[in-house]
Unconditional design. Structure first.
Length: 299
């Protein structure tokens, strides 16, 4: 598969509210050298290389970038890198951030923010990104059963003009219904991939599809390895499909993700310029029904 000329527009578009994005986006976490659970800790890539990756992604049609103020390491902040690389921001660039979890300056995780603390987290993202409002803010849920108070607090910040659209992350269909009763949800961001299909069994993916809500998987390539690099070994059936298309297993995983429905987006992250090119090229990879049937056995 020819990679160099493919842009992120190849997989088509979807709207986050009134904001149209290409379905192949970019996740900024890996640029910092620090995973949410610490299992990808290490020295981050050179700062100028990270800035170059972000600029290259946008030049190749990526207009949906996922980030968070808690994506940082002792040497790198995802939001700061995005600001340095891309401001003044292109008119069509949509930056999606998330609030809820927090870390202290040393990187230690804090308890889930209380509803009244979410404004401070929103304002921290605004400051780091150099924006006067945030395009989309996801409530990254790590708390108890009900999200009413937290999502309600974000809806108030939306009414105040600090946030344009609201989303959810790490939630169940019940959480989605609870949030929809408060304010419109434009996206749901959950862990999901070829071999991690909880959103299928829970009905969350179907619920998003029925309501026209974007479903945005993370860890679509690494799967159970989460923030750690994707494994070099893959199932023989996955290798066979990849070889038939002249693609890599990671590209097939991304293509499978995008084949799950027109409302399904992808936000693969990388600190390797070569992998960025491959990930964007995956937006043009067309899998046949026979390919999809073969891959289904991996679920």
């Amino acid at each position: 598969m020819e990679s160099a000329t493919v842009t992120a527009a190849a997989a088509g578009t979807w709207k986050l509210g009134d904001l149209e994005v290409n379905r192949l986006g970019f996740g900024a976490m890996r640029l910092t050298g620090n995973g949410m659970r610490g299992n990808s800790d290490g020295v981050p890539i050179d700062r100028e290389l990270a800035i170059g990756i972000l600029r290259s992604a946008v030049d190749r049609g990526v207009n949906h970038i996922d980030t968070a103020a808690f994506y940082f390491s002792p040497l790198r902040s995802a939001n700061e890198l995005i600001n340095r690389a891309l401001a003044p921001y292109p008119d069509d660039l949509v930056i999606v951030t998330k609030v809820g979890p927090g870390r202290d300056p040393s990187g230690e995780w804090l308890p889930m923010a209380r509803p009244e603390q979410l404004r401070g987290q929103v304002e921290e993202n605004l400051r780091q990104l150099g924006r006067n409002h945030l395009d989309v803010v996801n409530l990254r849920w790590t708390g108890g059963v009900s999200i009413t108070e937290h999502f309600g607090a974000l809806a108030e910040l939306q009414e105040a003009g600090l946030i344009r659209h609201l989303g959810l992350s790490g939630v169940t269909p019940e959480h989605l219904a609870e949030a929809q009763a408060i304010a419109p949800v434009v996206c749901v961001q959950n862990s999901y991939g070829l071999d991690r299909r909880i959103a299928d069994t829970s009905g969350l993916l179907d619920s998003c599809r029925r309501q026209g809500i974007a479903f945005v998987p993370f860890f679509a390539i690494s799967g159970q390895r989460r923030e750690a690099p994707a494994a070099d070994t893959h199932d023989d059936r996955l290798h066979a499909v990849a070889q038939a298309h002249g693609a890599t297993p990671a590209q097939v995983r991304l293509a499978w993700t995008l084949h799950r429905g027109p409302n399904v987006l992808a936000i693969p992250g990388t600190s390797d310029p070569r992998h960025l090119t491959e990930n964007i090229a995956a937006s043009a990879l067309q899998l046949s029904q026979a390919d999809l049937d073969r891959l289904e056995a991996l679920a």
